[in-house]
Design a protein around this ligand. Structure first.
Ligand SMILES: CCCCCCCCCCCCCC(=O)SCCNC(=O)CCNC(=O)[C@H](O)C(C)(C)COP(=O)(O)OP(=O)(O)OC[C@H]1O[C@@H](n2cnc3c(N)ncnc32)[C@H](O)[C@@H]1OP(=O)(O)O
Ligand SMILES: Cc1cc2nc3c(=O)[nH]c(=O)nc-3n(C[C@H](O)[C@H](O)[C@H](O)COP(=O)(O)OP(=O)(O)OC[C@H]3O[C@@H](n4cnc5c(N)ncnc54)[C@H](O)[C@@H]3O)c2cc1C
Length: 646
């Protein structure tokens, strides 16, 4: 064990194990997670570092691993969805799996949209993996749902739907598992009796069940990408492909071609809401991994000098702390927000299953906003962690390049982030309702408050700032008032409308304000949820260290967005000047606990797959060993010497 890292652990002021329990949701859950993690010792999962393999080899290794996972899950009798998720995230490490779409989109769509008869037919096939599915929605030319071109036309004479990609732009593009899957949920515009009824989901068989040869359908892999090398994102061109009427999910078409309206057309989009909710938790996980790597490495890396010798740990540089500790605070904040998002998703979708759709718009808005907010922040954060590790951070052995490449598409898939932020219509609508005196419920209820107190964006001079920057509840209140930026967005729309612009143009001309408002709303939610969590934590040592992190998260966010807080008169210039001073104090308070705080995330070394983030801190000897395994070192003289240099 590296002596620096041993010393760091001795300095911790709290019980790391107890903090792990809090993150997991209780000691029992930690115990079970650790039991599941023992799978890492299974020799059947031994594999080559994917960084040393070609794309085709990576895909093959990933398929083998996916197949092994299925067999092992059966062998160990793991069937609880949360446990399956935990198991898979341990085995997957920092990469995706080729069967991922089957689990995260195909199966959930079947579960939520099959009627009884369909469930009887499709669920056994899909859960036994005879049917391997994907989710084919996006097209070459469009992702916006109303713009999708694939059609499904009902033919009452044969009781079939005819699925067609009429143009090049309508070819399905990006669905995971182009080579792996034999079925797809295809999203297409439904036509019956000559009328379009919008987007609906259909189960389409793509490949022969025995030979895996494609049916008369053009299907394949879209080629190498920035990352996602384990995943065969695919294309799919349907040329008048016929499927039985029973393959339409939720069965909206009667045998005579009559269309039966669903309770809400948006229920078809349910799987996207599900994944967006999951991505909040994924952001927390990836931010936690990145911080673990960068902070452990910073504790064992010595460089340059502060006073004279010896060379200090780079974690002692104030600038290094300023790069990493706000991200550490963010990882904790997002962990608690992820827990909230999961609970909210299951609570509201439970109500939806009982026929109560009243909270569906809020679930959509919150999951879209938090998905965008947390993935954007994490995306930037991984890169900060990588650069904070200097040259070694650029090596694939650090895992940070892989974490970035695998995570960055979360800002794009499942709804491009700007587009998701613009789903603020709900926010503006809520603001207008509150203004009209309606009492709002749920997370939007803070808008009631604003109307009652007539709090508005005022110039700094017009309102005395009563904020104590050392008091978290005051900071939460400030974030709440800053979220009143939604008023500026609503006003901008109003002004545009007064200029006789159409509603659509008024919206587009206010889009920057709308995204800012959405961002401010999400930021408030994160600060509030982090602060609320503190009241549940009884252990005084842990409460203290997490309070320090929450303060840092809140103050750092204000420092980055100082213009908003000043403009709205929420803080004065002298208070703003105090914030960097307080931030520096907080960095010093966090410093002795930094390694313990990342240890509490409890990532086994094999899951981190990072030479820099090793628990024992023995970085250099392992870096050397890793480099020697590079395929270029397989021979002492590379063949290119004989071919070209000699
Ligand atoms: C551990 C975790 C593991 C995770 C691993 C992950 C690996 C994953 C691997 C990779 C996997 C990647 C897989 C993939 O990427 S799958 C493909 C994902 N694609 C998208 O996400 C497309 C994004 N676009 C959209 O969702 C829609 O086009 C938007 C939303 C932009 C507009 O929408 P639309 O076109 O309809 O037009 P509209 O704006 O008039 O809206 C009309 C009304 O509908 C409401 N509305 C809209 N949407 C919803 C909704 N969902 N629930 C409830 N309501 C909704 C909306 O608020 C409005 O309400 P109102 O104002 O009229 O009241
Ligand atoms: C790794 C990966 C996996 C994927 N997996 C799947 C899958 O399994 N199944 C599937 O169906 N799809 C999948 N996708 C596709 C993914 O869902 C889309 O790429 C995503 O929804 C974004 O759409 P787009 O690519 O058309 O971007 P565009 O919408 O074209 O975005 C391009 C730019 O235009 C801007 N823009 C677009 N619309 C607006 C607007 N209304 N207002 C303001 N700005 C706007 C965006 O902000 C962005 O800056 C995957 C994508 C990736 C990268």
């Amino acid at each position: 064990m590296n002596p620096d890292i041993v010393k760091e652990r001795q300095n911790a002021s709290f019980d790391v194990q107890k903090l792990t329990y809090i993150l997991d949701g209780g000691p029992e859950k930690t115990k079970r997670r650790r039991e599941i993690s023992l799978v890492l010792n299974d020799p059947d999962f031994d594999e080559e570092d994917p960084n040393f393999l070609s794309r085709s080899e990576r895909y093959e290794q990933a398929v083998r691993k996916s197949a092994q996972m299925i067999l092992k899950l059966r062998e160990y009798g793991i069937s609880d969805p949360a446990e399956i998720n935990c198991y898979k995230s341990v085995v997957r490490g920092n990469f995706h799996e080729s069967l991922g779409l089957h689990y995260v989109m195909f199966l959930p769509t079947l579960y939520s949209q099959c009627d009884q008869e369909q469930s009887k037919k499709w669920l056994p096939l899909a859960t036994s993996f005879e049917v391997l599915g994907t989710y084919a929605q996006t097209e070459l030319g469009h992702t916006h749902l109303r713009g999708l071109e694939t059609t499904a036309t009902f033919d009452p004479t044969t009781q079939e739907f005819v699925l067609n990609s009429p143009t090049v732009t309508s070819i399905k593009w990006w669905p995971g598992a182009g080579k792996t899957s034999n079925h797809a949920v295809v999203l297409a515009q439904l036509y019956t009796r000559g009328k379009c009824h919008g987007l609906h989901a259909f189960i389409v068989q793509l490949r022969h069940m025995d030979t895996h040869e494609p049916l008369p359908i053009l299907v394949g892999d879209i080629g190498p990408k920035f990352g996602f090398s384990e995943v065969d994102n695919g294309f799919l061109k349907l040329d008048h492909v016929r499927i039985p009427r029973e393959n339409m999910l939720m069965k909206h078409v009667e045998p005579d071609g009559r269309y039966v309206k669903p309770a809400s057309a948006k229920l078809t989009y349910g799987t996207m809401v599900f994944i967006r909710s999951l991505l909040v938790g994924l952001s927390a996980l990836v931010m936690a991994k990145s911080c673990t790597i960068a902070i452990r490495y910073s504790a064992v890396r010595h460089q340059s000098e502060i006073r004279s010798e010896p060379e200090p740990q780079i974690l002692d540089y104030q600038t290094q702390q300023y790069k990493l500790f706000p991200l550490l605070a963010t990882a904790y904040a997002f962990s608690f927000v992820g827990q909230y998002m999961t609970e909210t998703y299951y609570r509201i979708s439970g109500d939806i299953n009982q026929g109560d759709l009243s909270e569906l718009p809020e679930l959509h808005a919150v999951s879209a906003g938090l998905k965008a907010f947390t993935t954007w922040t994490t995306n930037t954060g991984i890169e900060v962690c990588r650069m904070s590790c200097g040259g070694h951070g650029y090596s694939r052995s650090s895992a940070l390049p892989d974490l970035y490449a695998e995570f960055t598409p979360t800002c794009t898939y499942e709804g491009e982030n700007t587009v998701m932020m613009l789903q603020t219509a709900y926010l503006v609508k809520s603001y207008r309702q509150a203004k009209a005196g309606e009492q709002l419920r749920g997370i939007m209820s803070y808008l009631n408050d604003m109307e009652q107190r007539h709090v508005r964006a005022h110039p700094a001079s017009a309102r005395p700032a009563l904020v104590d920057i050392n008091d978290l509840s005051d900071l939460v209140e400030s974030y709440k008032l800053r979220a009143a930026l939604v008023e500026s967005a609503a006003k901008s729309i109003q002004q545009e409308l007064q200029k006789r612009r159409s509603h659509e143009d008024a919206w587009n001309n206010s889009a920057i304000d709308l995204v800012k408002a959405s961002d401010a709303h999400c930021h408030y939610m994160v600060v509030k949820l982090f602060t609320d969590k503190l009241s549940e934590i009884g252990d005084p040592d842990i409460n203290l260290v997490l309070t320090t992190l929450a303060q840092l998260y809140a103050l750092h966010g204000i420092a980055l967005n100082s213009g908003d807080f000043l403009q709205a008169g929420l803080l004065t210039v002298p208070q703003m000047q105090q914030i960097p001073v307080r931030i520096k104090e907080l960095l010093c308070l966090i410093r002795p606990n930094a390694v313990a705080l990342v240890d509490a995330f409890d990532f086994p070394d094999k899951v981190l797959s990072s030479v820099l983030g090793r628990y024992d801190g023995n970085v250099y000897e392992n870096l050397f060993e890793w480099a020697r395994r590079s395929p270029l070192n397989a021979t002492e003289v590379h063949e290119s010497f004989h071919k070209y240099l000699k």
